[in-house]
Design a protein around this ligand. Sequence first.
Ligand code: SF4
Ligand code: MG
Length: 321
Amino acid sequence: VDPVVSVRDLRTYFVHKEEEVRAVDGIDLDVYRGQIVCIVGESGSGKSMTALSLMRLVPKPRGKIVSGKIMFHGVDILQLSEPEMTKLRGNEISMIFQEPMTALNPVLTIGDQIAEVLVHHRRVGKRETTAKAVEMLQFVGVPRAEQVLREYPHQLSGGMRQRVMIAMAMICEPKVLIADEPTTALDVTIQTQVLHLMRKMRDDFGTSIILITHDLGVVADMADQVIVMYAGQVVESANADALFEEPLHPYTIALLKSVPTIDQETEVLYYIPGSVPDATEFPTGCRFADRCPLAMASCFEIAPEVREVRPGHLVRCHLVD
Ligand code: SF4
Ligand code: MG
């Protein structure tokens, strides 16, 4: 089987104060039908910019996809015209964001916003639109759906807005759903419900989901495949069982140690000293070297390449060479 999405050597750079910021610096990624792929890493690792690149929504004019391929069903979307991309976006590939208020239009009712998506992509009539919108709102667990269609975003709770945004993202039954920290702003109960809902999308529609999170609890709960990003690169990639049972990259190991345990009050039990290097001047050697407890002299000199340590388990570290 071919992957639904296949990314090769994706690079997305920014200009910031006349300097070049290498936010995404050579990412490879494969997503298969019905698979949930989690991208993890600290803030500044390039996760969100990877997501925006996949939608071709990198903020202009500062940001630019400078090279690579993003294959969607065998077509490189980086070669599509903007009108062709507009047809794909929200239809074949959808995205949900951390804060739904930024994605929802405050002056349109929920019903009008959902209708806009359907009319744009499906050219369906009004009655059919309403029926489909109600059906989708019910699917995502919005009670009294008919009434909600007549309401504005500010009239809904955060959890309800997030459901509405998922309903909008799913209404055209996209093949790929990209979710950037979709539950971070929600309380724990709602978070669990939204994650459950995303799994249901996958189970019922075969949607492939790319879930971006810094929360390893969410990863453990959701992921089939895990991609660990650091300083714009993939440092480890494996199926979820392998990654949790035998993490190989020192950064992944450090991240896993930072997972809070259930019976602890403190949020962070372990943190990784230091911070992600400045993306305008990455070090010559391993980008994690100055924080790595296992760094050797050569790590500061030579940048490690990605190695396939076992079938499907990729690691970027000299220790596995
Ligand atoms: Fe640590 Fe060296 Fe591996 Fe980088 S290459 S993660 S510094 S051991
Ligand atoms: Mg982010």
